[in-house]
Ligand binder design. Structure first.
Ligand code: SF4
Length: 71
């Protein structure tokens, strides 16, 4: 049962993010590590997530990696 203070740990862009849908699909051995580190847990640390929140989801550069430095 979900507790009152339970937090959603899955990124809101998980099913639509090009990085997940296109790029990581072609490298499955790499994708599980990225998804477990960012998409399913620490999305707040993802550069793509930060960029989307600041500039809009549709404007994320294709080549921006989750581990990139972005403020
Ligand atoms: S790569 Fe970043 S923006 Fe895309 S689904 Fe994963 S955490 Fe979200």
């Amino acid at each position: 049962m979900a507790g009152r203070y339970e937090q959603n740990t899955t990124c809101e862009f998980f099913v639509t993010c090009d990085f997940c849908v296109k790029i990581m699909a072609s490298v499955p051995q790499f994708s599980s590590k990225i998804q477990n580190k960012y998409c399913l847990a620490g999305f707040a640390d993802c550069a793509r997530y930060a960029y989307a929140k600041q500039h809009g989801f549709g404007s994320i550069p294709e080549d921006l990696f989750p581990s990139a430095f972005y403020l």
